[in-house]
Design a protein around this ligand. Structure first.
Ligand SMILES: [Zn+2]
Length: 408
C-alpha cells in the first residue's frame, strides 16, 4: 500500500514548496514535492492531492500497490482516473495492474489566477504552440500569458546531481526569450521523477508533466501541452515505450479538472508543418534549440547541427530554402557536410520512421532532390558490408587471429 498524507505548503525566504508524506516500501523518497520561487507568488494549492495522485498512479500500478490518500481529490479527476485513465495505462503497458484508490473526500480548489500556460523549451514543438496561441492568437480567453519550465524528468534522473544543474542552466538559457516579451516564466522543481526512475523518462513523461501542471491549477485555467506526435501517425507504435505519443490526445483531457483544462496541442500538425509555422517567426530564428547532443543543448545558443534532431529540423528548413534565416542558431556548413548521408538514411527509414517519411515527402513536395532508394542503399552499404565482413571473419577465424591480423 502507498499512503499519501499531511499535504502542506512550506515556505522559505525564497521558495514555496507543496509537499506530502509518502509511506511505501517501494521508494526511498519519503515525501513528494513541487517547489517554485516565491517571487511568482503563491502558485500551489494544498486543498487537493490531485498532483500527487497523478504522480503516484503509474508507479503504484507497476508495483501493484493500492493507493490510500488521507485527504481530498478533485471529483472529476478522481472519477476519470478510476474509470478511464487506469484503463488507458493498462492498454499502454502489460507491466501494469489495476489498483484500488481510496480517498477521504472530494475537494474544490479556490482559484486565485487566470493564467493560460504552456511549457517552453525553445524546441520546435513548444515554439509551434507559442506561435499558434500567443503570436497568432487574438482571443484573450485562449492567448498564452505565462510560460512554465518543469523539472519532472526531462532533464535527467533525480538521483543524478547534474540534473538540477541542467534544469537551472536550461531555464536561464530559455528565460531570455520570455523576458524579451515580458511574459512570466515560472520554473517548477520537483522530486516526482524519483518515483518513475525505474521506467525511463519517455515511458511516463506525460504523467509526470501533468502532475506538475496540476500542482499549479490554482493559478492556471488552461494549459497547452505540446505533443511531438501528430494525429496522422500510428500511436500504437509507441505502446509500452512513449506514453505521450501513445495517448496524449485522449489522456490529457481525462487528467484535467474543473479548474484546469489541459489541452493536447501539436497533434494537428506534422513536424514539417510546425517547422513551416515557426520559420518566419523572428524569435525562433534567434532562440530555436532542438539539439540533443550532450551539453551543447542549452549552455550555448548554438545547436550542434549534426545530431539527429538538428539534422531533422535543418532538412525541413533546407526544403523551404530557409537555412540562412537560421544561421544564427545552426552551423549551416556543418549541416551541409553531413546532409547527404542523413538524407540517404531518411530515405532508407521512409517506411519505418514517421519523421523520415514526413521529411522526405516534404522535400519532394518542394521539388528538392532526395536520394533514390538504390543510391541511399549503395551510399550507406559499404560501412555495412565492412561490419558484416568483420563479424564473419571473427566467427570463422576466431577473435585471436583477427586481432593478430590487425597487429594488436
Ligand atoms: Zn544537435
Amino acid at each position: 500500500m502507498i499512503e499519501l498524507s499531511n499535504i502542506r505548503i512550506e515556505k522559505t525566504d525564497t521558495d514555496s514548496k507543496l509537499i506530502c508524506d509518502c509511506k511505501s516500501d517501494s521508494f526511498s523518497e519519503k515525501t513528494m514535492w513541487f517547489s517554485a520561487p516565491l517571487s511568482f507568488g503563491d502558485v500551489f494549492t494544498d486543498e487537493v492531492y490531485d498532483a500527487f495522485l497523478v504522480a503516484i498512479l503509474y508507479p503504484a500500478m507497476y508495483y501493484k500497490e493500492n493507493i490510500v490518500i488521507r485527504g481530498a481529490v478533485s471529483k472529476k479527476l478522481f472519477k476519470n482516473i478510476t474509470t478511464y485513465v487506469n484503463k488507458v495505462l493498462l492498454a499502454f503497458s502489460c507491466e501494469l495492474s489495476d489498483v484500488d484508490i481510496k480517498i477521504e473526500n472530494y475537494g474544490i480548489v479556490t482559484k486565485t489566477g487566470t493564467r493560460i500556460g504552456t511549457g517552453f523549451s525553445a524546441g520546435v514543438d513548444s515554439f509551434s504552440t507559442f506561435v499558434e496561441y500567443y503570436a497568432n492568437e487574438k482571443d484573450v480567453d485562449y492567448k498564452i500569458n505565462t510560460l512554465f519550465f518543469f523539472n519532472v524528468g526531462s532533464h535527467g534522473r533525480f538521483d543524478n546531481p547534474d540534473t538540477i544543474i541542467k534544469f537551472k542552466n536550461r531555464y536561464e538559457y530559455c528565460k531570455v526569450f520570455p523576458d524579451s516579451l515580458n511574459i512570466p516564466f515560472i520554473p517548477i522543481d520537483s522530486n516526482v521523477h524519483a518515483f518513475h526512475e525505474k521506467f525511463g523518462h519517455e515511458k511516463t513523461d506525460t504523467i509526470t508533466l501533468v502532475s506538475g501542471i496540476l500542482s499549479i491549477q490554482k493559478i492556471c485555467f488552461k494549459y497547452y501541452l505540446s505533443s511531438g506526435i501528430s494525429y496522422f501517425e500510428n500511436a500504437n507504435n509507441y505502446k509500452n515505450f512513449d506514453i505521450a505519443a501513445f495517448s496524449d490526445p485522449y489522456i490529457l483531457p481525462l487528467l484535467s479538472t474543473d479548474n484546469l483544462d489541459i489541452i493536447p496541442d501539436g497533434e494537428q500538425y506534422l513536424r514539417t508543418e510546425k517547422t513551416v509555422q515557426i520559420s518566419d517567426y523572428a524569435p525562433a530564428q534567434k532562440f530555436l534549440n532542438v539539439c540533443v547532443k550532450g551539453d551543447n543543448g542549452y549552455t550555448t545558443a548554438k545547436n550542434c547541427s549534426c545530431c539527429p534532431k538538428c539534422m531533422r529540423t535543418l532538412m525541413a528548413l533546407e526544403s523551404m530554402d530557409k537555412l540562412t534565416d537560421f544561421a544564427e542558431v545552426f552551423d549551416i556548413d556543418v549541416y551541409k557536410k553531413h546532409s547527404f548521408k542523413y538524407k540517404c538514411r531518411q530515405r532508407l527509414m521512409y517506411n519505418i520512421d514517421p519523421f523520415a517519411k514526413d521529411n522526405v515527402d516534404f522535400a519532394r513536395k518542394n521539388k528538392k532532390n532526395v536520394p533514390s532508394l538504390f543510391i541511399a542503399w549503395l551510399y550507406l552499404s559499404p560501412s555495412k558490408s565492412v561490419t558484416l565482413a568483420k563479424r564473419i571473419a571473427k566467427k570463422v577465424l576466431g577473435e585471436k587471429i583477427v586481432k593478430r591480423l590487425k597487429g594488436k
